[in-house]
Design a protein around this ligand. Sequence first.
Ligand code: FAD
Ligand code: NAP
Length: 571
Amino acid sequence: MARAPETYDAVVVGAGFAGMYMLHCLRKMGFSARVYEAGDGVGGTWYWNRYPGARCDIESLQYSYSFSEDLDQEWTWTEKYAPQPEILAYANHVADRFDLRRDIQFETRVTSAVYDETSHRWRVETDRGDIADAQFLIMAVGCLSAANKPEFPGLDGFEGEIYHTGEWPKEGVDFTGKRVAVIGTGSSAIQSIPIIAEQAKALTVFQRTPNYSVPAWNEELDPEYVAKVKATYPELRAKARARPTGFYFPFNLTSALDATPEERRKVYEEFWDRGGLPFLGAYSDLLFDKAANDTIADFAREKIRAVVDDPETADLLCPDNVFGCKRLCVDTGYYQTFNKPHVKLVDVSKTGVERITPHGVVAGGEEYAADAIVCATGFAAMTGSFDRIRIVGRNGLPLTKKWEAGPRTYLGITTVGFPNFFMITGPGSPSVLANMITSIEQHADWISDCLAHMRDIGAAEIEPTLPFEDDWVDHVNEVSEISLRSTCSSWYVGANIPGRPRVFMPYIGGFPIYVQKCNEVMEKGFEGFEFDKTPKRNAEPAVRMTERWRAELDLEVMSPAMIAARKVPVV
Ligand code: FAD
Ligand code: NAP
């Protein structure tokens, strides 16, 4: 007998930082909610990515929730860049602290969500046979959560162990005495390779495209420094929100091209010594002017060559594309690892990984023996987790069909044809180009206010309108063209996976400018949206949760001219 549907105001898919905070907000607003999570615990990214060396690359003191000052005060980060177990412990602490678990159903994957135009509600189904009936469907499925597992010929016949960094076994993996093959050289590979190399008997790294990486200079946090930050935490959070990246770091507003080579070297050395993503803050035009970018790319290649002993290996490790075009990597001892005699780099840029045999990996016609293969091959980014659910909107339209040529959204939060459907950090929002926890909180607050407004005015349905969605998509594309970031084959444009449409998916205009736009839309009575298909009902909303996102633009990093030209530096 079919199970009777459970009824909720909202169903939330995913219990990473987005789903957890969304649930907290919904409860605060008095809405009933059910969260479905495929994993058996909270934490999302930090639940799944347990590979050795996994840690954040935005400083922990900023890569954390900002909605509760008490939480900020009671939690103490121990390292500049917290390791995965500590971030997962933080997620669990938040779940306990705010009593979130009772509304989360774990080990349950949402398989289908269909909109009923008569009742204005979503019917959600899971792989465990649950059926939920909810007015609102909120996708907190993550931008980097659908693992990309290339179907290398012969993979099934491999007699050793196969791992993906994004689905790492909970019990960990001991590579001691093993011959390990790592496929991929993105952030996950770059973090894990030095540690795998410490254990493995032999390590072969298969590289399709080299990446730029900057040292993390990770360290234990000095308790005195932590106390100092905590004493003025609200100020730091406010400064971070006013930044294009949603996190704060020293930024140089001048042009790389106005400096002499000697001056530039001094500045690059200084920013290199600070390490990490803020290295891109050395000059303001690095992501907008190819000539400026060439100067930082040359510097980074010099650094690689200075570390790697074998000139051939060093050459292979030197990227020749735009610096920071693909997501910049942050490492601890990555390049040094290639000086170890048992570590080998194999270039597969021309032939790809040809096939897997029962005992190894074949590339360039040669077989490399392996007892274990680590696929550090990334994710079907931004839209992958949406594609893996059957989502059907108005007139039976599947979301995959609507997004066939690339995702189309209004503000990265909603999409035409899918009423009462919300995305946290969806494509078309700053999402992966900003501190993601900050992006998440701003979206969840905005969605909460929107839902409360609907309750206030008695609306059953909200949907964006096509002209506003089209304008937003055009704006997202236009802004992306100003940045050099749109010029290379990265996962930002879906290029890492064959067959995906090439569209620059995140909004690159900068976090505060985006926030202002969201606020403006709300203040104008949800401009660009229709409630119950009647635009007249766009009454003045009560701004509640969104109130805290009234950040001023930080003119220290964004001159009026840059804003006018929409040239906003983004890491
Ligand atoms: P996720 O954490 O991805 O959570 C989504 C959840 O949805 C998952 O638990 C998944 O199981 C669940 N889910 C998906 N589909 C379904 C379904 N159909 N049914 C049920 N459940 C489903 N960002 C930064 O800003 N700074 C960093 O330093 C940083 N480091 C990162 C390091 C790694 C290794 C990776 C992979 C990403 C990193 N990111 C970083 C990005 C990171 O994904 C975000 O910061 C943030 O954790 C995303 O939270 P989320 O809740 O939106 O998504
Ligand atoms: P990624 O950046 O997409 O890297 C995947 C790697 O696998 C790339 O080198 C890619 O080569 C290679 N690859 C993919 N398919 C392949 C194939 N069929 N054959 C050979 N090689 C293949 O993925 P990721 O390293 O998991 O990182 C994804 C994002 O997660 C990061 O950019 C970052 O935003 C986040 N992250 C952050 C951290 C952190 O430091 N905090 C750590 C990990 C991840 P190509 O480049 O040629 O496609």
